[in-house]
Design a protein around this ligand. Structure first.
Ligand code: NOJ
Length: 676
């Protein structure tokens, strides 16, 4: 990613901070560049708080800052302010891939230097950044004599929302973030939830809480603590994922926490187009990014989830040389860049009993001839996407990391899907603990050295690292489409994909694996894909990923006219717009292709059919387009007639209005081809 404009304004012209209140010097306010968003830092009897407002309206009441260290050692009181510093930046940088090309990073910054007044007189800095679309803050523990090695027992950060609004959140099931999102009042939260959480205010605005640049810390989750009166406090509080020792973070000064982030958006378009988390990560560390190539892929994969194939060797083994060659042929014939292959390497017998120690990441099974497959793929201009399932045995994986990537380099493999199917890593640590965070980062950094792109399943929730390491292409971290093949609860409900763009997707791209055309699985008749085919197509626009899978078996795509949309839809964009939507009900997303003047649109709905009237004024004003619409037929219905798709063509321009009918759990996928 290249910075194309940098402007650092001098402190003198900023006049960002002002003091107010009875204890003037202990109240500091930092406003966003447009002056609308303000964060106020307050030191009250030695304790640190921040509050947030927008356009004069309170968003967060005073919320506690600080830490408890182990041995009941508090680093949260007895402070005085010993210094402050302000700064500002306005730069525009370009993404290697993404939902838009140019990203503006425009913020004001305030650093508050705190010191304990007595005792060890330890130092703690709090860094605030205000953007027009929200705020970020982090803790900075400077190098100092009385704080060298330390252990964090608890992070005290609170998010004391001013109103008891509705919140979309996912219950924390630490391994993989594969729970359904629910909507409830903030005061009804009685469990621990994972971020991002998205709050819908009574007057239709949005607040999303998450974090950025989680590199060597524990993941932040949220809960609502009980007060002494046994009622909930109303203040969401950080709940860091612990190590098995119970300690949250092992640290050594100098040390920084990740950024705590709060997006403030007046509408869904602003929410989804906030790049706050990316902006709070370091700029790109990869100098030559030519090898990082977004693409679509198919895979020897869905067959395993349907139990048509097996990962292990045997009569049903999916990853055979012959099978792989057929998939490569299909990919080449349809312009797909990659073929994912799972079950190609030694160790799956262990996986079947939850043991990843037997995985060998450079040793194919005997019926998978890697020499033959890789030269066949190269001849056809298709790449094999490798698969490194670890079953959570990460020491085993780390010991083989270099050889795994060297193997990839040798056989022309530039993308690897990693996997961590196990509730614990190395049998003891949780995925989103500091132990896990360090591992996931190490894999991405090592992969970058070997020019390998990564797609992680069972990840920790993304926090914007893809700015620094854009070889981190996509991540699961959601209840993806594979659940529809075997889930005991019947599959992902129709509203699921209308929630994801405004919750999980704020954190980063999702490897959702859409594109299933055959909705049932004879082996698990209790479940199915709960959409129409037109909705499956629309998901390619609605749910963003630079690596986008066509999940179904090739035979279900052969001779199917609907497959054309999957073939033509791009995976990399100039810009993206939410045209309409309501979280949990429906979404209409338009995106402009990065490499042409063409636009694409995806509209999806929940269990309710709906008719939409779309103003096409987002299209380029000076152009005429041929719109190819893959929409639900009038009698389509996800339960009774999911495959009823009508493909129509019409000439339109930016003044046109388009009427769309979406069936129950239906959708529409549209290509707007610019006329020459
Ligand atoms: C779970 C992943 O999400 C899925 O895509 C993969 O096929 C299996 N693990 C096996 O690694």
């Amino acid at each position: 990613m290249k910075i194309i404009k940098t402007q650092v304004l001098t402190l003198a012209v900023l006049l960002l901070m002002f003091s107010c209140g009875k204890n003037d010097k202990n109240v500091l306010t930092l406003k966003s560049p447009d002056g609308k968003t303000a964060v106020t830092f307050t030191l009250d009897e030695g304790k640190a708080y921040y509050s947030v407002s927008k356009s004069g309206e309170r968003i967060l009441n005073p919320s506690r800052l600080g830490f408890m260290l182990t041995d009941n050692d508090s680093l949260c009181a007895n402070f005085e302010i010993i210094g402050t510093k302000t700064d500002s930046k306005d730069e525009t940088w370009q993404q290697v891939w993404g939902e838009e090309i140019d990203v503006r990073n425009h913020y004001n910054e305030l650093i508050v230097n705190l010191q304990e007044k007595t005792g060890k007189k330890r130092l703690l800095n709090i860094i605030f950044r205000t953007f027009d679309d929200g705020i970020g803050f982090r803790y900075d523990f400077p190098r100092q004599e009385n704080l060298t090695e330390f252990e964090i027992a608890d992070e005290l950060t609170e998010f004391a929302l001013a109103n008891d609004d509705s919140i979309w959140s996912q219950h924390l099931f630490d391994r993989d973030y594969e729970q359904l999102y629910t909507k409830r009042k903030i005061s009804e939260i009685a469990d621990t939830v994972s971020t991002p959480v998205t709050i819908e205010t009574a007057d239709g605005r949005y607040i999303a809480i998450h974090e950025a640049e989680l590199v060597d810390f524990a993941k932040m989750n949220l809960y609502l603590p009980l007060t002494s009166a046994n009622s909930r406090s109303g203040k969401l509080k950080a709940d860091l994922t612990p190590w098995s020792s119970g300690i949250k973070v092992y640290a050594h000064t100098p040390f920084v926490s990740p950024w705590r982030t709060i997006i403030l958006a007046d509408n869904l378009n602003d929410l989804v187009n906030s790049r706050l988390m990316l902006n709070l990560n370091e700029s790109c560390k990869i100098i030559d990014t030519q090898w990082i190539t977004p693409t679509k892929y198919i895979g020897i994969w869905w067959g395993m989830h349907l139990e048509k194939y097996s990962w292990v060797q045997g009569a049903k083994h999916g990853a055979t040389t012959e099978n792989m060659k057929q998939y490569i042929d299909f990919a080449a014939a349809n312009g797909f860049g990659g073929v994912l292959v799972e079950g190609w390497n030694i160790g799956w017998e262990g996986y079947m009993v939850g043991n990843g120690e037997f995985f060998r990441f450079a040793q194919p099974y005997p019926d998978f001839d890697i020499e033959e497959v890789s030269s066949y793929a190269a001849d056809k201009g298709v790449e094999m996407i490798g698969h490194n399932e670890t079953a959570g045995a990460i020491t085993n994986y780390e010991n083989q990391l270099d050889s795994a990537f060297r193997f990839a380099n040798k056989y022309g493999i530039h993308s690897i899907k990693t996997g961590y199917v196990n509730p614990l890593l190395d049998g003891k640590e949780r995925h989103s603990s500091q132990y896990g965070v360090r591992h996931y980062r190490k894999v991405v950094e090592t992969a970058a050295k070997f020019q390998v792109m990564i797609d992680t399943h069972e990840p920790i929730m993304p926090t914007g690292w893809q700015r620094t390491y854009p070889n981190l292409m996509s991540q699961e971290g959601t209840r993806g489409q594979e659940w529809d093949a075997w889930s005991t609860d019947g599959g992902n409900p129709p509203e699921h994909s209308t929630i994801l763009p405004f919750t999980r997707a704020l954190a980063g791209p999702i490897d959702f694996t859409p594109g299933t055309f055959n909705f049932t699985n004879p082996v698990h008749p209790q479940t199915r894909v709960q959409t129409t085919i037109a909705k499956q197509l629309a998901l390619y626009v609605v749910i963003y990923s630079p690596l986008q899978m066509a999940s179904d078996l090739p035979e279900n795509y052969e001779n199917c006219p609907n497959f054309e949309f999957i073939r033509i839809v791009p995976v990399d964009w100039q810009k993206s717009i939410i045209l309409d939507g309501k979280i949990g009900d429906f979404v209409v997303t338009a995106r402009k292709d990065k490499h042409s003047d063409d636009w694409y649109l995806g509209a999806i709905t929940d269990e309710n059919a709906r008719n939409l009237k779309l103003q096409l004024n987002f299209l380029d004003k000076d152009k005429k387009y041929t719109a190819k619409i893959f929409g639900d037929a009038p009698d389509a219905d996800w339960k009774t007639k999911p495959s009823a798709v009508e493909i129509t063509e019409t000439e339109i321009d930016a003044n046109s209005v388009l009427d769309l009918h979406l069936a129950t759990s239906g959708g529409a996928a549209i290509q707007f081809k610019a006329q020459k």
